[in-house]
Design a protein around this ligand. Structure first.
Ligand code: CP
Length: 335
C-alpha cells in the first residue's frame, strides 16, 4: 500500500504486519546504536497544520532512526498564514522531493485529498484529520494492548486465547472500553475500526450528547454508563475532552462530567486486576482522569508514547522501505 489514511485501509494481515514490524523496531530501539540505514536518502516531511507534541516528535524520531532526511513544516510561521493553499503547499513540498508526507490537518479529509490529488507523488500518512481519523494512534494503542493482553499468560481472563495456539498475535476476544468525548475523537473512530479488525470487542461509553450521529453503525457496543462495564474490561481508554471543539450544549459542567465519566481510584479498583488504563494524550488531569490514576502503574500513557516511535518506524519502513516481500524478510535487515 502507498498511503495510510484510515484504519479501515488495513486488513488483519496488514495490521499484524505493522505490529510485528514494530516489535522488530522496538528491539532496535533497545540497542546502544538505535539507527537503521533503511531510509537513507529518502525525505519525510512532517506537515502539521494543527498542534501536536507526541505525533510530530515521534514521527520525526521514527524517520531519523531509519536515517531519512526530515523536514518539519508547521503551518504557524509558514506562508499558510499568508493564505497559501494546501495545493500550493503540497506542490512546494513535491518540488523539494518529499518521499512521504505525514499530515495533520484540522479538516477531516485533508490527507485523503492530498493522497488522491496528484499534487505529490510520495506516500501520505494521516497523522490526525479533524474529527475523522488518527490511524497511527490506533496502531500504537493496539501494539500497547497486544503487549499487555494478547495471549495473557497468567492471571488473564480465561476467555483469552493463548500465545501457544497461534492466536496471540491479534486481540481476539479482548474487551476494550473507550470512554468520553467520542463526538470529537479521531482516536476513537480509528481505534474502533482497527480493534474490530483485530477481533476485539469494543464498548464506547459517553453521554448521548458526545456521541456522533451514525454511531449505531459502528462495529461496537454503546453504553451511557461507565460503572456497569468496568468489571468486564481488559483495557479502558480515556479520551481527552476536546474543549477547543466543544460547545456549551454538549454537557452540563466539567464537575458533572468528571463525576459521571471520569476515571478515579475507586473506578480503577473496579477493573479486573490485569486490566490496563490508556490515554492517547494530552490528558486533562482532573477531568477525564484523576492524577492518581494517570500516575499509577496501571496507566500506559508514557509507554504508549514510546511505542508510538516503534509503530511509526514500522509504518514509514513498510511504506517506503521497499516491496512487501522484502518487508516480511527484513526481519533480518534491521540489524
Ligand atoms: N495523541 C496525540 O495525537 O497527541 P498529540 O496531539 O500531542 O500529537
Amino acid at each position: 500500500k502507498r498511503h495510510l489514511i484510515s484504519a479501515a485501509d488495513l486488513t488483519r494481515d496488514d495490521a499484524l504486519l505493522v505490529l510485528d514490524t514494530a516489535e522488530e523496531m522496538a528491539r532496535v530501539a533497545d540497542r546502544p546504536i538505535k539507527k537503521l540505514p533503511t531510509l537513507r536518502g529518502r525525505t519525510v516531511v512532517n506537515l502539521f497544520f494543527e498542534d501536536s507534541t507526541r505525533t510530530r516528535i515521534s514521527f520525526e524520531a521514527a524517520a531519523k532512526r531509519l536515517s531519512a532526511d526530515v523536514i518539519n513544516f508547521s503551518a504557524k510561521g509558514s506562508s499558510v498564514s499568508k493564505g497559501e493553499s494546501l495545493k500550493d503547499t503540497a506542490l512546494t513540498l513535491e518540488a523539494m522531493g518529499a518521499d512521504a508526507v505525514v499530515i495533520r490537518h484540522h479538516a477531516s479529509g485533508a490527507p485523503h485529498r492530498l493522497a488522491t490529488s496528484g499534487w505529490i507523488n510520495g506516500s501520505v500518512v494521516n497523522a490526525g484529520d479533524g474529527t475523522h481519523e488518527h490511524p497511527t494512534q490506533a496502531l500504537l494503542d493496539a501494539f500497547t494492548m497486544r503487549r499487555h493482553l494478547a495471549g495473557a499468560p497468567d492471571g488473564g481472563p480465561t476467555h483469552h486465547r493463548g500465545p501457544g495456539d497461534g492466536t496471540g498475535r491479534d486481540l481476539a476476544g479482548r474487551r476494550i472500553t473507550i470512554v468520553g468525548d467520542v463526538l470529537h475523537s479521531r482516536v476513537a473512530r480509528s481505534n474502533v475500526l482497527l480493534l474490530n479488525t483485530l477481533g476485539a470487542e469494543v464498548t464506547l461509553v459517553a453521554p448521548p450528547t458526545l456521541l456522533p450521529i451514525g454511531v449505531e453503525t459502528w462495529p461496537c457496543e454503546v453504553s451511557y454508563g461507565l460503572d456497569p462495564v468496568l468489571a468486564k474490561t481488559d483495557a479502558v481508554m480515556m479520551l481527552r475532552v476536546q474543549s477547543e471543539r466543544m460547545n456549551a450544549a454538549f454537557f452540563p459542567t466539567e464537575r458533572e462530567y468528571a463525576r459521571r465519566y471520569g476515571l478515579d481510584g475507586a473506578r480503577m479498583a473496579a477493573l479486573p486486576p490485569h486490566a490496563i488504563v490508556m490515554h492517547p494524550g494530552p490528558m486533562n488531569r482532573g477531568m477525564e482522569i484523576t492524577a492518581e490514576v494517570a500516575d499509577s502503574g496501571r496507566c500506559t500513557v508514557v509507554e504508549q508514547v514510546a511505542n508510538g516511535v516503534s509503530v511509526r518506524m514500522a509504518v514509514l519502513y513498510l511504506l517506503l522501505g521497499g516491496n512487501e516481500p522484502a518487508v516480511t524478510t527484513t526481519h533480518s535487515s534491521p540489524t
